[in-house]
Design a protein around this ligand. Structure first.
Ligand code: ADP
Length: 681
């Protein structure tokens, strides 16, 4: 679908509004044209000049004919009244036109946004891995409004073209010779404008790119505020965003400066052309008709009104040129043929009876040729737990993502009670699955709403029960408004462990048949980890569970452990079986143990290095101060006192640093018993 088709498709949904806009534009143009043509005879009448219109062009005679019936004494007065009435009608039409086109623009923007939103909720999750959230928000908000404005610009341009056609018709009927001359002169004016319009398009495109970059960067910083703060990168981010803001301001200025130059340029060239037309008109008309002053004046009035309309039309073209990149972006965003959507099945899913089976499942991500999963054969009987272990990147999350059909296998099939997942009703299937993942997602809503997300009809009693089971109730009670506390954007007000326990409470309340756990206790402190682990155990008890295990200590209870390596299941069995086999799993256990030890050694090393750095810095400062005093550079006694005092405080800090070094040494000599991740078999 081309961008023009997009415009037509959306504008076509509002035929009534579009017709009304064009009709109001047309009536306005008609009232404007006739009123303008009437001004000349009225003016000349007031100046006492006889209009003598007998040999005037027929259009003037037609416009003036209704006034023939009026007695001559009142004719001028009635004509003046008619001019005022026509101008009034023209302005009324313009007023209603503004209201109608405003309503049309709002309807179009909403329609475009709603279509975009619907698409975002339908499209495969893979779409979100290719395009950032900031980019999507920018497209859904700014670009859609700009696309709607582009459609309105076209509708307005059509109205202007109709008005111009009426004016040109009147001009031709007044004098075709003058109209040919005017057309040539105005063509020159148009060519001059073309150059600026071409530039406006370029500036518009650049501005669109720069503002998009800024929106994305701003959203990144807001979303990653914790990281920014924890790495003390506020100044760097401030400078980066400031530069992006300045770039956008500059691009806006350039675009505005170019657009602003178009109207004056067109007016100056227009006025020069007009003066040439006056000269020409006087020569042409004076020889031909008696009523030449009425005709020339009427002609000039009409032409003088046509010029701004031409400028308006040029302006609309210019505006469309700068908006058309957004139409392309909106078109690309709303197209369904360049995105993938999950096909729905028709078999309802009510209850899991036997189990889940992976039948020679292979999978490659869309647009990637190498498979991430190869020939996976697994069976998870109802009520049992399958743990997936393996190095990072082995394919564990991908395998888990196939269950709620975030992706479909490229080869093989996954069946639930022997029915292919692709045949099942996708909403039934997903409702039957609960996912608790590493990056727990919480909405910026109350604790209650977050827990009840999958079951909004749950009672307070049920929610509290779920919270209690998830070890979350105690901390919820301590929050300022208990269950009704708003938890801030993505739950920033809660600790990692608290967020996890809320997610577990959510899953407990949902009570899904099948549970997918991306076990995430590794980033938590010991107390939180224990609380989360307890809650997870309650959640997965007697439930068909697929758990991605990051810490091997937590998978020992699983009925089956599948060890994945580069997308293949290389070992399958219970914890004890696999340890006894002494293969890859046993190796992984050993590695994790040494990693834990190494991380303790590593962190001690870091602490020593930091303390030693601090001691060195303080010593340098102290020696610098003392050197100045010893060498007699400081004559001023006050300054000498100050330096001595500084040296004294540096020495005090040095003592403290030494104490902490001794403390670290003590810890190395009497290490706390490091819990083994796996008990030796
Ligand atoms: P694990 O969970 O075991 O750490 P993943 O399932 O996340 O492994 O990833 C398996 C492989 O698939 C990795 O090589 C990873 O780079 C790749 N991968 C993950 N997600 C995508 C994606 N959306 N598009 C393309 N490749 C991906």
């Amino acid at each position: 679908m081309s961008s023009y088709q997009l415009l037509l498709r959306f504008a076509g949904r509002y035929p009534g509004w579009v017709f009304l806009t064009v009709l109001l534009g047309f009536s306005g143009g008609l009232f404007n044209g006739i009123g303008t043509a009437l001004i000349a005879p009225v003016l000349l009448g007031f100046l006492g000049q006889a209009s003598g219109t007998d040999d005037a062009p027929s259009v003037i005679q037609t416009i003036l004919s209704p006034f023939d019936a009026v007695p001559p004494n009142y004719r001028l007065l009635v004509m003046t009244g008619a001019v005022v009435l026509l101008i009034l009608l023209k302005n009324l039409a313009a007023y209603f036109n503004t209201l109608v086109s405003g309503a049309l623009k709002r309807a179009l923007s909403n329609d475009l946004r709603e279509t975009g939103l619907q698409l975002l909720l339908d499209v495969d999750l893979d779409f979100y891995t290719k395009i950032g959230v900031g980019d999507i928000i920018h497209r859904l908000n700014s670009e859609m409004v700009r696309a709607a404005t582009a459609i309105m610009t076209i509708v307005k341009a059509i109205t202007t073209i109709i008005t111009i056609t009426i004016f040109i018709g009147l001009l031709i009927s007044l004098s075709w010779q003058l109209t040919i001359a005017s057309t040539v002169l105005l063509a020159v004016v148009t060519v001059v404008n073309q150059v600026s319009i071409a530039r406006a398009r370029q500036f518009g495109k650049y501005l669109s790119e720069v503002s998009r970059g800024y929106s994305i960067a701003l959203l990144d910083v807001l979303a990653g505020m914790r990281l920014v703060r924890s790495t003390a990168n506020e100044d760097i981010e401030y400078e980066r965003l400031k530069k992006l803001m300045r770039d956008r301001e500059q691009a806006e200025y350039n675009s505005q400066a170019n657009s602003a130059a178009i109207a004056p340029l067109s007016e100056v060239t227009g006025v020069v052309a007009l003066l040439l037309i006056v000269l020409l008109g006087r020569t042409l008309l004076a020889d031909q008709i008696e009523a030449f002053s009425t005709v020339l004046l009427a002609y000039l009035f009409l032409l003088f009104r046509t010029l701004p309309l031409m400028a308006q039309l040029n302006g609309a073209r210019n505006q469309y040129a700068s908006l058309s990149p957004s139409v392309d972006v909106a078109n690309d965003f709303l197209r369904r043929d360049n995105k993938s959507f999950m096909a729905n099945g028709s078999v309802p899913f009510q209850q899991l009876r036997q189990g889940i089976r992976f039948n020679r499942v292979s999978f490659a991500y869309p647009d990637y040729c190498s498979p991430v999963l190869k020939d996976i054969d697994l069976h998870v009987p109802r009520g049992t737990t399958l743990a997936l272990v393996g190095a990072s990147g082995a394919g564990k999350s991908t395998l888990a993502d196939l269950l709620p059909r975030f992706y479909d296998p490229t080869e093989g099939s996954i069946t639930i009670d022997d029915v292919d997942l692709r045949d099942l009703d996708i909403k039934d299937l997903r409702r039957a699955m609960g996912v608790v993942s590493q990056d727990t997602f919480l909405f910026n809503a109350s604790v209650r709403d977050n827990i009840a997300y999958a079951r909004p009809d749950a009672t307070d009693h049920e929610i509290i029960e779920a919270a209690k089971k998830a070890n979350a109730y105690e901390f919820i009670l301590r929050l300022p408004n208990g269950l009704h506390t708003q938890i801030g954007d993505r739950g920033v007000l809660l600790s990692g462990g608290q967020r996890q326990r809320l997610a577990i409470a959510r899953a407990l309340l949902q009570n899904p048949e099948i549970l997918i756990l991306d076990e995430a206790t590794s980033a938590l402190d010991t107390v939180s980890e224990r609380l989360v682990q307890e809650a997870l155990d309650k959640l997965s008890a007697n439930r068909t569970t697929v758990v991605i295990a990051h810490r091997l200590s937590t998978v020992q209870k699983a009925e089956q452990i599948a060890v994945l390596d580069q997308g293949k299941v290389v070992e399958l069995g219970s914890h004890d079986e696999l340890l006894n086999r002494g293969g890859y799993y046993a190796e992984l256990c050993k590695m994790q143990f040494s990693e834990t030890t190494q991380s303790i050694v590593g962190s001690t090393r870091n602490q020593i290095a930091a303390t030693s750095y601090e001691i060195r810095t303080r010593l340098n400062a102290m020696m610098g101060s003392l050197r100045l005093i010893v060498d007699g550079y400081i004559d001023n006694p006050e300054e000498r006192n100050e330096l001595t005092e500084e040296a004294y405080y540096s020495a005090l800090s040095l003592l403290k640093s030494l104490e902490s070094l001794e403390h670290i040494q003590e810890r190395i000599e009497t290490p706390e018993a490091t819990p083994l991740p796996i008990k030796p078999a």
